[in-house]
Design a protein around this ligand. Sequence first.
Ligand code: ZN
Length: 502
Amino acid sequence: MRVALQELRDHLAPIVDLRAAAAVLGWDQETYMPRGAIEARAAQLGTLGRLAHELFVAEETAALLAAAERETEGMEYDSDAASLVRVTQRDLDKATKLPSDLVAELARASSMAQQAWQEARDNADFSLFRPHLERLLALSVQKAQNLGYEEHVYDALLDEYEPGMTKSEVESLFRRLKSDLVPLAEAITEADRDQHPFLSLNYDVQSQWDFGVDIMRDFGFDFERGRQDRSAHPFTTTFSINDVRVTTRVHGDFLPAGLFGSLHECGHALYEQGISADLERTPLADGASLGVHESQSRLWEILVGRSREFWTHYYGPLQARFPDQLGDVNQERFYSAINKVERTLIRVESDEVTYNLHIMLRFDLEIAMLEGRLDVADLPEAWNAKSEEYLGQVPPDDAQGVLQDIHWSLAAFGYFPTYALGNLLSVQLFERAKEELRDLEDQISRGQFGDLLTWLRERIHRHGRKLTANELLLRAGAGQLTAGPWVEHIRRKYADLLGVKL
Ligand code: ZN
């Protein structure tokens, strides 16, 4: 009987509960809460956050951890007990390294910056946001100094979202990506000239919703342990392994938005629903990193949901639901339409091929700002130059350029690369799954996903936060994180789809 370990778990469980309660309030705020409740809700969230933080950084945590560490000495690295001690220690180190006035000042500055960013974007006027961004940048550098790093200030910030990953690792991945992807994206957009207006006809919203729910059920989303609701921006949040919420938005005049939004969030949710029940009410009951999380959503949304095999099974049912809109459109034409590649200015509207270009652009600028090579005042100009370099076009105004994303107003420097890492990871994992499940593509073309989900559960989901992205990849037999397989996937898919040599 391991006494200290049990005491540690008993101490951490209410902290996890408080965070889950905050997540419920946060979910409600984005779905059903009346506008008038905003101030009360902010206070409630503030209280829960403060209580959870105080309980966590209390001296008792460190003492219990030390005792539990002695008890777990010599245990397997990936045992639940050793992992709980290791990961909680890492969290505690971080939480105690940041002085509480810095945390409070970051929260305050970022809440003001969000308002300023909204206004700046509405007016396409960067100068309204500029002083806030300067402040957040300075505070973030301070935060990184407090957290500490070995090589680069960015490492400390990136580690918040992608534990163990460094700026130089991301840089070498992106260097390879850039040299391959910039010309490849140009060649693909050059070859992909067809327009597909049928995706923008009127599609009944309820029918779209029902179709998406049917697919989520087929993927393996457990509606007894989760639900889907509407929100302005799709997201997934978790209150417990047995209560995972996804949201989506459905457009009456653009079919792909709601459908692929649902499949994307479903991928995130399958991960959360698949975490081992043994980790419930511990800090390990969460995704390994944002990159790993995004690999799951992109795998189901793109590698499954935008594949030809998938639509071999689902196009008939979709046509039957929307005979007026799709009756004359054959499956191959539909497949081309949902995989249309265009170099657009807006990241969230971009396709599978050009998405990573948007990320690389932001990564370059974050590094330049953090290294002091780029003044915030010169950011819009630098953005436009990078946009020309990566996407071959310059935004007509800052709203469609440097002001398009919320992340910098949240001081979330180091977040963007995780989207690209998720894309790379998704292909490496999917290729490995195909090797092990030899007829995976046939299964998908029959609408069968059980083997794939079981594989992902075994290799990724059940581990929660016990292992890092690279540890998960290596143990899954998918090799080191690298850009090559993703580039090859794009080359193969679009050479076939467009009938050209790439
Ligand atoms: Zn996502």
